[in-house]
Write a protein that binds this ligand. Sequence first.
Ligand code: B1M
Length: 217
Amino acid sequence: MKGSDMGILEDISSALQRGNGKDVGKLVEEALAGRREPKEILDNGLIAGMNVIGQKYKDHEIFLPEVLLAAKAMYAGMDILKPLFLSGKMPTLGRVVIGTVQGDIHDIGKNLVCIMLRGAGFEVIDLGKDVAPKKFVDTAVNEGARVIGMSALLTTTMPVMKNVVELLKKDGLQSKIKTIIGGAPVSDEFARHIGADAYGYDSMQAVERIKRFFSEA
Ligand code: B1M
């Protein structure tokens, strides 16, 4: 299987949409060999393909099994790119606890945020998906983390983010542990509404905002 150099990012996107992880893997390797930047492959190949999947699912053109296959294909590509985002040479900038909130099992975006944070030099404690509010707070306290990052992809799970902020407030920890939220349905406005300290539009912005927390401290 071959992708022309110019169209290789579209080829990656198409293979992902077909749910063909094997082709995604080969094409990502090929794009890297053709000196494409990992970030370009991620944004214009993998994420672009997943955006099309999201729209088609919304329009009922495809159904859950196809979405699941696309998600697996996304991971096939991310697994190859992951080491390239991780330098591993920097001293740790600080400790961050992160997870997808309770009731929500979408973890692709959250995992991207983890990769970028680690690449930027942060120590990340990834609690995975479907994480209860108390688990976020207890882990941050026990591990001495100064930031809790929460991801939500469902409108129905957005309120869980508020529960975490409320729990921090109740325990008098809000000034010590900062919160950042992200995920497709949330926004800057929602972050302000629930009293979270920041919102990250994407993984790069999440890194930038979290760096700001540490420089302000
Ligand atoms: Co589902 N799903 N899904 N899904 N899924 C959505 C979210 C949906 C919008 C699709 C749609 O209808 N168009 C819809 C939600 C609608 C709503 O709430 N209004 C939906 C639904 C309904 C569901 C189910 C309920 C379906 C069902 O069972 N009937 C079910 C929910 C199960 C559950 O969670 N309890 C479900 C299941 C699944 C799969 C398991 C099949 C699969 C997830 C696989 C996985 O994650 N391992 C899946 C997928 C893949 C999607 C879509 C198609 C793609 C999501 C994704 O991975 N995008 C999605 C449609 C869409 O989002 N347009 C959809 C790529 C990823 C890179 O982007 O996660 O947005 P994203 O992350 C971005 C930013 O948001 C940001 O950075 C990332 C980019 O760099 N970001 C952060 C994310 N977290 C951050 C945290 C930060 C900062 C930035 O700081 C801490």
